[in-house]
Design a protein around this ligand. Structure first.
Ligand code: ATP
Length: 328
């Protein structure tokens, strides 16, 4: 089985190096093929997503992605659309040992990944600019069903839809109707909904009332950074883009140019992202082992600066590797 690996820009490369240390140790017989994409690829080839990279993604079904910088819209947003990975799954789980606002929190944001304002339909009209928000019944029902199925599979109790149907009556209206319709097929799972603005307040004040959140593309992008902040920040927030044929695994964070090149990025988000990939490929036990090694390392006080420690990316990864090797 081949995995297409795209480290990308900024800290993408640094956290990918750290993650490959761990993946190579597992020796699962997976073949990792490296490809370029992002700002540097744009400079080098004139294309942020070179044809060779896109073709490699199309030939294989699993992509492990680091980060794209200024060219993110032409790389990761395009890849999600090209490969029809319609569900962006972004868990926010408080890890043992991480000092955070909400210990014990364990929720997951399911974000529609193919439409909304991220469709890229933007136009300039003299001194104005216009963006078109596309919301379809098909994609809304598909993402709602995905969220309920995920809840069922993970034994979660509640799905909450976030929208702004009182203002965006047509687009959010369709999304709300689709969620309500799908909810009727899942009598064992509670369903409720909030307007996105109120939900942000509730999330900050008492996030424990949420379990699975389902929302549209841009709201999902914003709210998943917020939920990452509730459990310790972007340094520990993984994500998966899932479709019927393809899956792209990438951390919630981007290229983080403010810390790139300093060797201080936290690779936990990328390593947990790789764990989501392992789970997807059926390596459930291996994923659990890596997560345990990560949590034990963090709980022992060995962390990167974003979590209050002083370890550099490489040294932190080596500590996780050590724990992994010690595991029975
Ligand atoms: P994007 O829009 O592509 O998500 P962004 O420019 O909003 O990217 P991010 O890269 O997501 O920015 O990160 C925002 C900030 O969070 C960074 O500037 C950095 O300080 C911090 N951050 C992100 N990822 C990490 C990480 N892995 N380790 C430590 N700090 C991080």
């Amino acid at each position: 089985m081949k995995v297409v690996v795209i480290p990308g820009d900024g800290i993408g490369k640094e956290v990918m190096d750290a993650t490959m240390l761990i993946l190579n140790e597992l020796d699962l017989g997976l073949q990792y093929e490296f490809y370029e994409a992002g700002d540097q690829a744009l400079q080098k080839y004139g294309k942020a997503l070179p044809d060779e990279t896109l073709e490699a993604c199309r030939r294989n079904s699993v992509v492990l992605f680091g980060a794209a910088g200024e060219s993110a819209a032409d790389v990761i947003v395009r890849l999600r659309q090209e490969l029809e990975t319609y569900a962006n799954v972004r868990p926010a789980r408080a890890l043992r040992g991480v000092k955070c606002l909400y210990p014990g929190l364990d929720l997951v944001v399911v974000r529609e990944n193919t439409e909304c304002l991220y469709k890229g339909f933007e136009f300039e009209l003299e001194d104005s600019a216009v963006a078109i928000r596309v919301i379809t019944r098909k994609a809304s029902e598909r993402i709602a069903r995905f969220a309920f199925e995920l809840a069922k599979k993970e034994g979660r109790k509640k799905v909450t839809a976030l929208h702004k149907a009182n203002v965006m009556k047509k687009t959010c209206g369709i999304f709300r109707e689709a969620c309500r319709k799908v909810a009727r097929d899942y009598s064992g799972i509670e369903f409720n909904e909030y307007y996105i603005d109120a939900a942000c307040m509730f999330l900050v004040m008492n996030p424990y009332r949420f379990d699975v959140i389902v929302t549209t593309n841009m709201f999902g992008d914003i709210v998943s950074d917020l939920t990452a902040g509730l459990v310790g920040g972007l340094g520990i927030a993984p994500s998966a883009n899932i479709g019927d044929k393809y899956a792209i695994f990438e951390p919630v964070h981007g290229a983080a140019f403010d810390i790139a090149g300093k060797g201080i990025a936290n690779p936990t988000a990328m390593i947990l992202t790789a764990c989501m990939m392992l789970q997807h490929l059926g390596y459930t036990e291996e994923a659990k082992k890596v997560k345990k090694a990560l949590e034990e390392t963090i709980a022992s006080g060995k962390t990167t600066p974003d979590l209050g420690g002083n370890l550099k990316t490489k040294y932190f990864a080596n500590e996780v590797l050590k724990k992994l090797k010690e595991a029975p």
